[in-house]
Structures are given as C-alpha cells and as structure tokens.
Write a protein that binds this ligand. Structure first.
Ligand SMILES: NC(=O)C1=CN([C@@H]2O[C@H](COP(=O)(O)OP(=O)(O)OC[C@H]3O[C@@H](n4cnc5c(N)ncnc54)[C@H](OP(=O)(O)O)[C@@H]3O)[C@@H](O)[C@H]2O)C=CC1
Ligand SMILES: CC(=O)C(=O)O
Ligand SMILES: [Mg+2]
Length: 759
C-alpha cells in the first residue's frame, strides 16, 4: 500500500501562535456597503434604516431581503462534547466554533459567527436559542453531548422556522455514509451484506448508523457499542435513542463484535480500537476511526496488522479525511439559497450521494496542488473528496437546493439550476462568470478543431478530454497514438467513441505536404529541406502550427513542456502576425475584470507601439463583449514628474488623438486614477466616462510584475496572457500548466477563431 502523507506539521506553540497572532481568533466581520459618505451613513443608519425596519415589521420574511440573515449561520455550542475531548465548558469550545464559522466562509461563502451558551441544562439552552434564533438563516448546533443533543435539536426544529442542524449527528452521518458507499465500491462489498460495528453510541455514532441503514445497511447486520460494550436489546442504562439501534445479540464486547465484521465506525475516543480487534475483521475491512483530534486507532497501527484495509480518519494529515467539514458548508449553502425552512432527511441523503459521486470523478490538478502534488484517483486511498476540492462548492449545493424544492421546504425555489451552478462557481472563482460566457459562445458557435500540440502529456490529454466532454470543439492530440492511449488509460479516461483525433507527425499523410510548405517559407531564412523535415517530424509546435496554417485545424494550444519564448519563436516561424501581436492578461479582483497589456511581447514599447497595443487590446476586449476604456498607466500623472517613459506614453496619446479610434483612452496616470472616480475628481479634463477596464502598461516589466504581484498577494485571479495578433489563434500556456489552464487557453483559442459574445 502506498505511504500515507506526512504527519503533524506543527507544535502546540505553533497552534497557540496561530490562534493569537496577528489578531486573536480566526474570524472578523467585513461590511458589504462602502460607508464612505454622509449619504451612506444616512441610508445605513438613521434615518434610512427605518424604511427596512417598517418593511420587516409588516412581513418578517423581508428580513431575507434587507438584512444579512439569508447568508448567515450561527454555530452554537455549550461545550459539553468538544471534539472527542469531552465536556470542557462553553468557553473552551470557542476556538472550535470559530473554526466552524471560518470553514463556512472559506468553503461555501456562508457568513457565520459563533455563540457559546453557558448552560448544560437542555431546557435553558433551548430557551436561549429559541429567543435569538430568528437572527440567522440557519443554526448549526455543535459539540453538544448526547443524549441531550437529540432533545435540543428536535425542540429547536419545532420552535424555529429555519434549518436547525446538529452537525455532529448529521454532518458526520452524511460524510461517513458517503465514504462507506465508496469504500464498499472499492472493497467489492454490498451495503446490504456488510456487517457494521459502531464504537461510540453518541450523537455522531447513532446518527451515522441511522443514515447508513437508510442507505441500505441491514439493521440486523449492525452492532453498536458504548464505553461499557455492546448495547444489546434489554441492556440497562441505555437511552431511548440507543435502544432504537440495539440488536438482539449474544455479543457483549467491542472485541467480540468486531470478529468477522466488514466495517468498524469509530466515533468514540482515542485508543478505543485495538490492533487485535482489527486483525480479527473480515477480508478487506473498512476502518473509519473518526474520533478527533486523535483517532480510535492510528492508520499506522491498522497497517501493521492489515494490509488489505481501507482506512479513514477525521484528520487532515492522513489520507481519506472523513470529516463533517465536507458536508455542513455545502448543505447550508444549498439550504440558504432556497431559504429552506429545514434540512430534512432527503436533503441529507442527497448530500451523501452527491459527495460519494464526486469522489468517483476525475480529480482536477488544483486539488492535487493543495495536497503537495499527491495524485488523487478513486481507490482505497481516495474514497471521499478532499476539503480543498474546488468543485464541492458548485457540485453539492444544487442537489441540496433541488431536494429542498422537491420536498416542499424551500421558501424561494431556484428557477435556473445552470445559472445557480455558475453563481456558485463565481463565489470562489471570480473567473467563472467570464469563462462561462466565453464557453457558451464557443459551444454555440461554429465548432473549432483545436490542436493540443503536446498530446502525449497526461495533463494535455485530460484537458483535451474535458474540452471534448464540455462540447467546446474537436481536440486533435499530436503524438504517438500508443503512448497517448496508455497515458489516457492511466488517467482513467476512455477515448473510444469520444471523437478525439490523434495525429502522429511521422505517419501523417500530410507530412510531405507540410514539409514542402514550411520549406518554401523558410528556405531563404537559412533552413535546408532536411532541417525542415526534422522540425516537422520531431517538433510538435512546428507540426501543429503547420496543421493550423494549412487549414487542417483552426487553432492550437501549447507551452506545457516548453518555455514561452521558445514556443512563440517556433510558432512565429510558421504563422504570420496580422498587424501587431500582444499579450493580454485578464485580471479578476474585487468584482472587477481588468485587461492588462502588453504582458508578454514588447519589452520597452515606443510611443507608436504603445498606441497599437491599446488599439489591439481594445479590439480584443470589444470582441469579449465589453466596452473598452483604456488607461495608459505610468508612475507619473499627466507629466508630473517628468521623465522619459512618461513622455512615450504622452506621445502615444497624441498618436491616438490623430487617429479615428472608436474607444475611450486617457493617460498617463497611476492606477488609482484609472480605477477610482474620487481620485479622478482632481482632473476634471479627463476623458474617461468611468473606471478604466483596459490598462496599457508602459513596459513589459511593469506589466508582468504588477499582474504577478497582485496574484501572489492573493485576492486576484489572472487568466493568460492571451496571445493576440497571430493570423490564427495559438495560445501558449505557462510551463507545467494545470489541466484547467490548458482548457482555458484552448477555449480562448477556439473563441478567437469562431465565436463572439454580446455584453
Ligand atoms: N470525523 C468527524 O467528522 C467527527 C468526529 N466526531 C468524533 O466522534 C466522537 C464522539 O463525538 P459525539 O458523538 O459528538 O460525542 P458524544 O458525547 O455524543 O458520544 C460519545 C460516545 O462515545 C463513547 N465513548 C467515549 N469514550 C469511549 C471509549 N473510550 N470507548 C468506547 N466508547 C467511548 C461514549 O460512550 P459513553 O456514553 O459510554 O460515555 C458515547 O457513546 C468524538 O471523538 C468526536 O470528535 C464527531 C463528529 C464529527
Ligand atoms: C469534526 C467534529 O465536528 C468533531 O470532531 O466534533
Ligand atoms: Mg463537532
């Protein structure tokens, strides 16, 4: 069995420092309105605020429209079962509750804060929460011990008209059921046949066993245990919730119950499961040791006695993290988005099935990147999606929302699920809406044949496959067919019947024609025919670009294995530049989309070149469906301070003034003038009618450095640079680009050749 990931990477001091610096705790609030002017103040507070007050007084549901309620979830605890650490009091639970809040925000863009209630009395707890519960769109109860948690949740669900969800029960049940479905898949077991033993008959354990039964596990094949051993029918000291899952059995201890069992669920405490118990289990046993922070048995101990086991824990530093973080953010996201009155059984089942299904799909590179490059492929070490999987946010909530609608608990049904999915993507990926627009234009435009020049690379094969699956055009992979097929099979992709072409330069029927044509083009540039023959045979950029030049393909994507300048040089030998070639990067940050030029071709452009860069960039932006407003950026503002680069920009403005261009432009100016109307107030002569969206940089270093800087600092997404100005579109991705980057480049290549979008 492959090795597990590295173990714990921090000390206790690190954990304390993480929680104390630079600011104590893990959450803070961010306003959603600017609050910059006197008018803002009058609207947000007195007197403007009186208007929504009266509207909500007349109709309480209007709170969803005029306050943050609809995206706000409380994480509420009394600290009686903090992780597996026990009853340590309400204040000790605060770091965990803040942690849940920050996960809500990070993974599903749900706003959340924690509430710690100082009582262990269930009635008092219910009274407190009942009276403040309307504040939120949903309530996540956390780390409240059983059996009190069952009563508390049931009462609050009756008393409040919003989802009240005890995460330790249902979040855990959903994720462990999803993992069990897939573990059975991998181990070749059937839910209706497996023997399941539960260690820990508390909130998490009882709810998990209940959901597993609803998913197909037979009640008579289950045995549940607490600290005293098996909870059999007729045992004393057993709660009504445990009695519901007690079985008629002669077994009395966990060790006896585990003999021959297929599955053990640990939702109890550190050390509750021994090596001997694991050794006695059935072949291909499934061991979910989910106690936190330390599992019932470590994966190392399991492996020392069973090499055939599928192991999961609740921790992030082992493979297969079965933790409710995979459920609660997305479940609430879907529930909030339809203003659900509750999270019902059907929504939980839908969530479990959706999580299980997602784990069986091809995993994008971005996920591997978050896990130090570990390749994730459905199997014993990957039975459940990982928390950093960017697909969770748009994959899971639509199932929840749809089920809420189907079961009649949605206040506000979603009318267009496809649009909803895009809006979900956009919450975590600002490029989603733009890419969606481009993709649908490509999809509905004339189908383009796109050469993927480095066709033997696995990332390229996966991108081509995804491109075809998304119906964006016809990929043509250049390379040796046997190798491509082998790499595709290793990636778990089946090419048959998909319509992906594979072309091998050496055996291509066009080999001679291409060589002749390219030789004709290059013979006066010092190339012999045999040089050109070698280039066509051996270099995929020459072959691929010639396919495009000769019309056997429409456009091309390359660059995964060769640096930008090298790839560009090769492509330029085959394809002409129409008028001027530029690199245009798309920068998405804080709700803005900015186009930055020239980020890849002109090192120190002169005034005429700057003017042409602006013309080319503006035309491209127009084709992308936006009205271009060009700002020529500089360190200087309209001549102050004077300097050579600033003068070139001023000259570029004069050149444009003498031409008849159909877009707004202005300069030279620093970025704050381009992007901030208040800063422009001091320059009433400026001709921009709004914030600039095209930033022409004075030189390549400022262009490249500034785009990469904002990207590195976080909070900005950069697409490209897109290469604009070749007679046929060729996109060069960064060396080692991810599947997503390759696919984005291919989509832009296809777009440039065929489609156009409306603003
Ligand atoms: N991975 C995940 O996503 C999640 C993991 N958990 C973990 O599950 C565990 C239980 O949490 P929760 O259900 O909320 O807590 P509860 O207090 O409701 O239940 C705990 C249960 O575990 C039993 N138990 C405690 N210690 C032992 C032991 N040494 N041997 C056998 N059984 C024991 C208790 O038995 P008794 O009643 O006899 O004391 C009780 O049945 C915790 O470790 C928690 O961290 C919980 C939620 C999510
Ligand atoms: C993960 C979690 O909720 C727990 O361990 O309590
Ligand atoms: Mg918990």
């Amino acid at each position: 069995m492959p090795e597990l990931t590295d173990k714990q990477t921090f000390s206790d001091d690190d954990a304390l420092e993480f929680h104390s610096a630079p600011t104590p705790g893990k959450i803070s609030m961010a306003p959603t309105k600017p609050m910059a002017t006197q008018r803002d103040l009058s609207l947000a507070y007195s007197p403007g605020v009186a208007v929504p007050v009266l509207a909500i007084a007349a109709d309480a549901d209007k709170a969803y429209d005029y306050t943050a309620k609809g995206n706000l979830v409380a994480v509420i605890s009394n600290g009686t079962a903090i992780l597996g650490l026990g009853n340590l009091g309400h204040m000790a639970s605060k770091p965990v509750m803040e942690g849940k809040s920050v996960l809500f925000k990070r993974f599903a863009d749900v706003d959340s804060f924690d509430v710690e209630v100082k009582t262990t009395d269930p009635d008092e707890f219910v009274t407190v929460v009942k009276n403040i519960g309307d504040t939120w769109g949903g309530i996540n109860l956390e780390d409240i011990k059983s059996p009190e948690c069952f009563e508390i949740e049931a009462q609050l669900q009756d008393l409040l008209d919003i989802p009240v969800f005890h995460d330790d029960q249902h979040g855990t049940a959903i994720i462990s059921t999803a993992a069990l479905i897939n573990a059975c898949h991998v181990a070749g077991k059937k839910l209706e046949d497996i023997k399941v033993v539960l260690s820990g008959a508390g909130a998490a354990g009882l709810s998990s066993i209940a959901l597993m039964k609803a998913a197909g596990v037979k009640a008579e094949n289950t045995v549940i245990c607490d600290r005293e051993g098996v909870i059999y029918k007729g045992r004393d000291n057993v709660s009504q919730w445990q009695t519901a899952h007690a079985t008629d059995t002669h077994l009395r201890t966990l060790a006896e119950a585990m003999v021959g069992a297929d599955v053990v669920l640990g939702l109890s405490a550190k050390g509750a499961i021994s090596k001997e118990m694991v050794a006695s289990m059935a072949p291909n046993p499934i061991i979910f040791a989910m106690a936190n922070p330390d599992p019932e048995i470590t994966p190392e101990d399991v492996k020392s006695v069973r090499s055939d086991a599928i192991i999961a824990t609740g921790r992030s530093d082992y493979v297969n993290q079965v933790n409710n973080v995979l459920a609660f953010p997305y479940l609430f996201r879907g529930a909030l988005d339809v203003r659900a009155r509750q999270i019902n059984h059907e929504m939980k089942i839908a969530c479990a099935h959706a999580l299980a299904a997602l784990a069986r799909e091809d995993v994008p590179d971005e996920v591997a990147a978050a896990y130090r490059g570990r390749k994730l492929k459905f199997g014993p070490e990957y039975i459940i999606p990982t928390p950093f999987d960017p697909r969770l946010i748009w994959y899971i909530p639509p199932f929840i929302a749809q089920t809420a609608m189907d079961t009649g608990v949605a206040r506000k049904p979603i009318e267009d699920m496809d649009a909803y999915r895009i809006a979900l993507k956009q919450r975590v990926d600002p490029s989603a809406a733009l890419m969606q627009k481009i993709s649908s234009a490509v999809r509905s435009g004339p189908k383009q044949r796109v050469v993927f020049a480095e066709g033997e690379e696995q990332s390229v094969i996966r991108a081509a496959w995804a491109f075809k699956q998304a119906e964006l055009g016809t990929p043509i992979l250049v390379g040796r067919e046997d190798l491509i097929r082998q790499n595709a099979a290793e990636a778990g992709l089946n090419f048959d019947d998909l319509g992906i072409e594979i072309v091998n330069a050496r055996t291509s029927g066009h080999n001679v024609e291409y060589t002749d044509w390219l030789y004709e083009r290059l013979n006066r540039r010092g190339y012999l025919r045999r040089d050109v023959q070698r280039m066509i045979n051996q270099d995929r950029n020459y072959f691929g670009a010639t396919m495009v030049a000769r019309g056997q393909a429409d456009c091309m994507v390359t660059g995964v294995t060769r640096n930008f300048n090298m790839a560009l040089k090769e492509v330029r030998r085959v394809l002409d530049v129409t008028d001027r070639m530029i690199g245009l990067s798309i920068l998405l940050a804080k709700g803005r989309t900015l186009f930055v030029a020239d980020t890849s071709i002109h090192e120190l452009p002169n005034a005429a070149e700057l003017a042409e860069i602006a013309i080319k960039a503006a035309a491209t932006v127009k084709k992308l469906g936006r009205k271009p407003r060009v700002a020529f950026l500089s360190y200087s503002t309209f001549g102050d301070p004077p300097g050579d680069r600033g003068e070139k920009v001023r000259e570029a403005i004069r050149i444009l003034d003498s031409m008849d261009v159909d877009f707004e432009y202005e300069g030279e100016m620093p970025p704050e003038l381009a992007l901030n109307p208040e800063a422009r107030a001091n320059y009433p002569f400026m001709r921009l009618t709004g914030d600039a969206n095209v930033l022409v940089m004075p030189a390549i270093h400022s262009a490249a450095i500034s785009t990469r800087l904002v990207q590195s600092l976080g909070g900005a997404t950069v697409i490209g640079p897109l290469l604009v100005g070749l007679e046929k579109s060729v996109q060069i991705v960064p060396l080692g680009a991810s599947v997503n980057e390759i696919m984005t480049a291919a989509t832009f290549a296809a777009y440039a050749e065929g489609a156009s979008v409306e603003d």
